[in-house]
Write a protein that binds this ligand. Structure first.
Ligand SMILES: [Zn+2]
Length: 261
């Protein structure tokens, strides 16, 4: 089986003690690459440090994304923004992310949009894909990604850990984006996420863990890790009526295409 975990917070301190074992367990189930994701200056630096670090023989290939997530916009002054932007120059940083809008928590929405817009412009300028976090922000998000059509063909990316209304999945596919599903798809209380999976063509689907968060069933409640992306592949496979192997194969190819791996 071939798998790529398109979104994991591998620089999280919860991986400090057994980082090499985590990578080898992922390899053992077929994970051939992992994209490590930042969300502010410290975590983005952590991502770049990981990319420069030696990993055990046979480990999955590591790539990175750096950016300012909506939860961290209050730290995003111009100095911090330029530090993150500088990290985009690393040769194995393959995307701007995670960036986005989150109207669920009480972070200032205007500031969220300003910081997002600035990073979308970096992505267009540097021709890098974006990794988007969107929660309860469907309308503004779709509007900003499209920018009245001005960004069509300029901006590529993925809506990660998709939990918005299934209609948004169709809207972003229409804009040329990919949609990534996490272990939430395996939770009993997430029928809308499973509906969204069914509405996104497999050719536009990515899979991820969002580790260390959101471990899929049957690991729910434990620390999540890239090896568990296999359970996400199994869940997507069931919904599409395909084999887990096929889903792994197709989503890995999608990931390589989007991030130019
Ligand atoms: Zn994340």
């Amino acid at each position: 089986m071939r798998l790529i975990d398109s979104h994991a917070h591998l620089a999280d301190e919860r991986f400090d003690d057994d980082f090499d074992e985590v990578l080898l367990r992922a390899r053992a189930v077929g994970v051939e690459a992992v994209i490590a994701i930042g969300y502010n200056v410290a975590s983005s630096r952590g991502v770049v440090d990981l990319l420069d670090r030696a990993t055990p023989a046979g480990s999955p290939a590591l790539y990175g994304a750096v950016g300012f997530a909506p939860h961290n916009v209050e730290e995003a002054d111009s100095e911090s923004m330029s530090k993150v932007r500088d990290l985009l120059a690393h040769e194995r940083v393959v995307a701007v992310g995670e960036i986005g809008l989150d109207y669920h928590y009480d972070m200032p929405p205007v500031q969220q949009r300003v910081i997002l817009e600035q990073q979308l412009e970096w992505a267009v300028e540097l021709q890098l894909p974006v990794v988007i976090h969107s929660r309860e922000a469907q309308q503004d998000m779709v509007r900003m990604l499209a920018d009245g059509g001005a960004r069509t063909g300029q901006l590529r990316g993925v809506i990660h850990c998709f939990t918005e209304d299934p209609t948004m999945a169709e809207q972003v596919v229409e804009l040329g984006f990919y949609v990534s599903f996490s272990g939430i798809a395996t939770f009993k209380n997430a029928p809308e996420v499973r509906e969204a999976i069914g509405r996104v063509p497999l050719e536009r689907t990515l899979i991820e863990t969002d580790a260390p968060f959101l471990a899929p069933v049957p690991h729910r409640g434990r620390r999540n890790e890239p090896a568990f992306v296999r359970e996400v592949a199994g869940c997507v496979a069931e919904i599409h009526g395909r084999s887990a192997d096929e889903v792994g194969e197709v989503t890995a190819a999608n990931c390589r295409r989007l991030f130019n791996l």
